[in-house]
Design a binder for this molecule. Structure first.
Ligand code: NAD
Length: 263
C-alpha cells in the first residue's frame, strides 16, 4: 500500500473510533513563530484533527514571549482537564530554551513524545514504524542503518529499530563517505534524517530488497526534496513530499488517541 493509501485507510479507522467516543479528544497547539514550514505543519495538523472529529485549537503567542510567560501557558495547559494533549510547535524564538520547554510539558499530555518520561514515542519514528509494520516489513536480525542522530528523529528511530531486534548502526555528520557506502551496501532498512537535499545519490549501492525511508525535508525554489535522490532501485523508497511528513501527522493523532484511551 502506498503511504497515501495507508493514511486514507487509517484515517477512516480513527474517524470511526472517535465517533464512538462520548467525549472527543482535545488537542492544543502552541505556536510562537512565523516560520513558513511551521505554519504549514500547524495548518496540516489542524486540518487532520478537523477531518477526524478531534477538537483542536491553536494558541498563537507573540514572538517576544518570554520563557517565563510560555511556562505559565504550559502550566495552565498541564492542569486543564479539558485538554488531553498539547504540543509546543518548534522552533521557538531564541530567548526560549527548547529543552526546558520539552521538560515542562506534563509527560501524560506530551503528545509529541519529547519528554523523557513520556509513555509515547516521538511522532516521526513512531509513524515510520507503524507504516513499516503495516507493510509487513521484517525487523528481526535485519541490518538497519539510521543516518542522523537528533533527539527527535535519529536517536528515537534507532531505539525503536533496536526494540524490534534489528542490528542498528547510527551514522552522522562525522561518518566518512566511504564508511557510509560500506554500511549502506549491507543495509536492509535505511532511515535518512539529515536535512541535506539528495545526500544519498545513485552513487550509493543498495540491496534490491532494501527499504529506504526518507525523513528529510529540504526546500528550494523548485519545491520540497528529500535526503535521498528519487528513483533508487530498491524494494521501497518513501517519497518526499507525501511520505514521512504524512506519517508523522498521523502518528500525532494516534498518540492523542492513546493518551485518551489510558484515561
Ligand atoms: P537535525 O539537524 O537535528 O539533525 C541532523 C542530523 O544529521 C545530525 O544528527 C547530524 O549528525 C546529521 N548529519 C548532518 N550532516 C550530515 C552528513 N553530511 N552526513 C551524515 N549525517 C549528517 O535534524 P532533524 O530534526 O533530525 O531533522 C532531519 C531532517 O528531517 C530535516 O530535513 C527535517 O526537516 C526533517 N524532518 C522531517 C520530519 C517529517 O515529518 N517528515 C520530521 C522531523 C524532521
Amino acid at each position: 500500500m502506498t503511504i497515501k493509501e495507508y493514511i486514507k485507510a487509517r484515517k477512516e479507522e480513527i474517524k470511526s473510533e472517535v465517533l464512538k467516543m462520548e467525549r472527543k479528544p482535545s488537542l492544543v497547539i502552541v505556536q510562537i513563530n512565523e516560520d513558513e514550514a511551521s505554519k504549514a505543519y500547524v495548518k496540516g495538523k489542524l486540518k487532520d484533527a478537523a477531518e477526524l472529529g478531534i477538537n483542536a485549537r491553536l494558541v498563537k503567542l507573540p514572538l517576544e514571549t518570554t520563557e517565563k510567560e510560555l511556562m505559565k501557558v504550559i502550566s495552565k495547559l498541564n492542569k486543564d482537564k479539558k485538554v488531553d494533549g498539547f504540543i509546543v510547535q518548534m522552533p521557538l524564538p531564541k530567548q526560549i530554551n527548547e529543552e526546558n520547554v520539552k521538560l515542562a510539558v506534563a509527560p501524560e499530555k506530551d503528545v509529541d513524545g519529547f519528554h523523557p518520561l513520556s509513555a509515547l514515542n516521538p511522532c516521526t519514528p513512531q509513524g515510520i514504524m507503524n507504516y513499516l509494520h503495516h507493510e509487513g516489513v521484517e525487523f528481526l536480525g535485519k541490518n538497519a542503518v539510521v543516518i542522523g542522530r537528533s533527539n527527535i528523529v535519529g536517536k528515537p528511530m534507532a531505539k525503536l529499530l533496536l526494540k524490534e531486534s534489528c542490528n542498528v548502526t547510527v551514522l552522522h555528520s562525522k561518518t566518512s563517505k566511504e564508511d557510509m557506502k560500506r554500511y549502506l551496501k549491507n543495509a536492509d532498512i535505511v532511515v535518512v534524517a539529515v536535512g541535506r537535499k539528495h545526500l544519498i545519490t545513485k552513487e550509493f549501492e543498495f540491496k534490491p530488497s532494501a527499504i529506504l525511508v526518507d525523513v528529510g525535508i529540504n526546500r528550494d525554489e523548485e519545491g520540497l526534496h528529500g535526503d535521498i535522490e528519487p528513483g533508487m532501485k530498491v524494494a521501497l523508497q518513501t517519497p518526499v513530499p507525501g511520505g514521512v511528513g504524512l506519517l508523522t501527522r498521523l502518528a500525532l493523532m494516534e498518540n492523542l488517541l492513546k493518551i485518551n484511551s489510558t484515561k
